[in-house]
Design a protein around this ligand. Structure first.
Ligand code: SIN
Ligand code: FE2
Length: 215
């Protein structure tokens, strides 16, 4: 038996962190530069803003969206909308390159034919974080979440199905793509406060794109 065959079967830099959750190290690196150019255009149409939780807390990550649906939070709760409440316009179209990147990453993780209709864009400056939460406002949880990290590194907390389950700590770097679905789809997760730093392409910030099929 040729054991090298098995080694070659495993894509480089693939880390399994759950039954249906993988980190694809550097998967988005070839797209990183063009992602940033697209991000600039999207931000001009739908500016980053700090949303508030239903409980009245201002989120430390600034957020915007693209795609047919965008996720918002305000005093009325968490939900997907077709219109950006800040501009009164439809959310900007999801760039084809992003849709394809998300579909290819999902396929690598075992989720064929993923067609995201929502992309949440989070911007973290040093000190910003995201508390443990579940992504559960999407209609059909059979589709995974595909998360692309750019800029400063961060520690992703990957908990269990209960908020009290002790989370794994998974470092995420520029260009990494994390996919979670299936049995892992409703696991609590979050981001620890981003450490000070200066990224050569993005400066003192981390950008995260999460792709979902929400509608
Ligand atoms: C999220 O949970 O929606 C964002 C996670 C991240 O910033 O990596
Ligand atoms: Fe999330």
């Amino acid at each position: 038996m040729n054991f090298d065959l098995f080694a070659d079967d495993t894509p480089k830099g693939r880390e399994t962190i759950g039954p249906s959750a993988v980190v694809l190290r550097g998967f988005a690196l070839p797209e990183a530069q063009s992602c940033l150019a697209l991000l600039k255009q999207l931000q001009a149409a739908a500016p980053l803003r700090h949303m508030s939780t239903p409980g009245g807390y201002r989120m430390s990550a600034a957020m915007t969206c693209c795609g047919a649906l965008g996720w918002i939070t305000d005093q009325h709760g968490y939900r997907y909308t077709t219109v950006d409440p800040l501009t009164g316009q439809a959310w900007p179209t999801m760039p084809d390159a992003w849709r394809i990147l998300a579909r290819e990453a999902a396929a690598q993780a075992g989720f064929a034919s993923f067609e995201p209709d929502a992309c949440l864009i989070n911007r973290y400056v040093p000190g910003a974080k995201m508390s443990l939460h579940q992504d559960k406002d999407e209609r059909d949880h059979r589709w995974p979440v595909v998360s692309v990290s750019l800029g400063l590194p961060a520690v992703f907390q990957f908990g269990g199905l209960k908020r009290s389950d002790k989370p794994l700590r998974v470092p995420l770097f520029h260009g990494d793509v994390l996919v979670w679905g299936g049995a892992d789809r409703l696991r609590f997760h979050g981001i620890l406060p981003v450490a000070e730093g200066e990224h050569p392409l993005l400066g003192a910030q981390r950008i995260n794109l999460t792709f979902r099929k929400a509608g």
